[in-house]
Ligand binder design. Structure first.
Ligand SMILES: Cc1cc2nc3c(=O)[nH]c(=O)nc-3n(C[C@H](O)[C@H](O)[C@H](O)COP(=O)(O)OP(=O)(O)OC[C@H]3O[C@@H](n4cnc5c(N)ncnc54)[C@H](O)[C@@H]3O)c2cc1C
Length: 307
């Protein structure tokens, strides 16, 4: 058993305060005010934000409507405080588990709130049972409001075809994809996913899409910049997108070099599930948890004994 794999298995058993210690590097806070403060600070450093209220898969109208109200409050605050940023919303958080039409109406409520200040809505992409409906939501909403975007996942075999279908009406955040998908529909293998990512990106660059290059992978970051050079495109032709707290130095360097960088900034009382997912995804974070749990108290004790 590797040193880094050991703590991952333990994560589910760790007390929440310990998880919180590490998680809050990746979550902007539990409250709207905390998230807005962080976003303002990030705006001052040259980043644009996409605020996301944590919470997934709402299975009752009551939960959905509470969530939509939270989003409306967020939208009002972004507009009022002149924050440079928009919002990201997961379809299952706003009613897709209940019905397609119900989710569409909830999205319409959100869009109504965005319209006054022309703020942007990104519809996050969840796992494959929801892909078709998410694309349909996007297509319908896009006809009603231009400032709507979708996400495509380079690990899905269908993504290439989906891009061709939505063609140049597309405003797409391209990511690798985070869910575990069956091999029949997904590309397996790091390098194959990377190849498909760059193939999709090249298609979007040459077909007038608006593009978010969402990755922290050096290979893809460099690949994206190479594509700009290949087609002699301006640095602002796309924006890089990264998760708040992940590879911060790389994100800052991109801003210094003149690229637009948007950070995905999650916040909310449901921080625990989100953080656990981030930790399972990256063994290094689990390593930090172990360090906070075991090593830091030992160092503190030794320091105290020495004093
Ligand atoms: C802005 C944004 C929005 C996203 N939206 C969606 C979405 O709607 N649907 C979806 O399925 N997926 C989404 N994702 C997740 C994405 O699909 C990948 O799972 C995730 O970005 C990791 O892939 P990577 O390209 O960064 O490459 P990786 O090879 O996974 O990462 C490269 C390096 O970045 C660092 N790193 C990456 N992820 C983390 C992390 N979580 N914590 C700490 N370090 C990390 C590590 O050092 C790693 O070696 C989004 C990602 C971003 C950046």
């Amino acid at each position: 058993m590797s040193l880094l794999k050991f703590p991952i298995k333990l994560l589910g058993f760790l007390p929440r305060p310990i998880i919180k210690l590490v998680a809050f590097k990746y979550v902007a806070g539990e409250t709207l005010l905390a998230a807005i403060d962080k976003t303002k600070m990030l705006n001052e450093q040259g980043f644009v934000g996409t605020l996301d209220i944590l919470g997934e898969a709402a299975d009752s109208e009551q939960k959905v409507e509470a969530f939509v109200s939270e989003y409306k409050e967020l939208i009002k605050t972004i507009a009022h405080q002149k924050i440079k940023g928009g919002i990201s919303v997961k379809p299952t958080a706003v009613g897709l588990l209940i019905s397609y039409d119900y989710a569409l109406n909830q999205f319409r409520e959100i869009v109504k709130a965005l319209k006054d200040d022309l703020l942007f809505l990104r519809i996050d992409m969840e796992d494959s049972p929801y892909t078709d409906q998410t694309i349909k939501l996007y297509t319908e909403l896009k006809q009603e409001y231009d400032r709507v975007g979708i996400v495509f996942q380079a690990y899905l075999k269908r993504t290439w075809h989906d891009l061709e279908i939505i063609k140049s009406s597309g405003d797409v955040r391209l990511c690798k994809g985070i869910y575990l998908e069956p091999p029949e529909i997904s590309i397996k293998g790091k390098n194959l996913v990377r190849q498909n990512y760059l193939k999709c990106l090249e298609y979007m660059l040459t077909h007038n899409f608006k593009i978010g290059v969402a990755t922290h992978d050096d290979y893809l970051l460099e690949g994206a910049i190479d594509l700009l050079k290949k087609y002699q495109l301006d640095k602002q032709r796309f924006e890089f997108q990264m998760l708040y707290g992940v590879r911060t130095q790389v994100a800052k360097k991109l801003v210094r070099e003149g690229y637009k960088v948007r950070l995905y900034i999650p916040y909310g009382k449901d921080w625990y599930a989100y953080s656990m997912r981030r930790m399972y995804e990256n063994p290094y974070i689990a390593f930090h948890v172990t360090k906070a749990l075991f090593w830091d108290p030992i160092v503190a004790l030794i320091t105290r004994l020495k004093e």
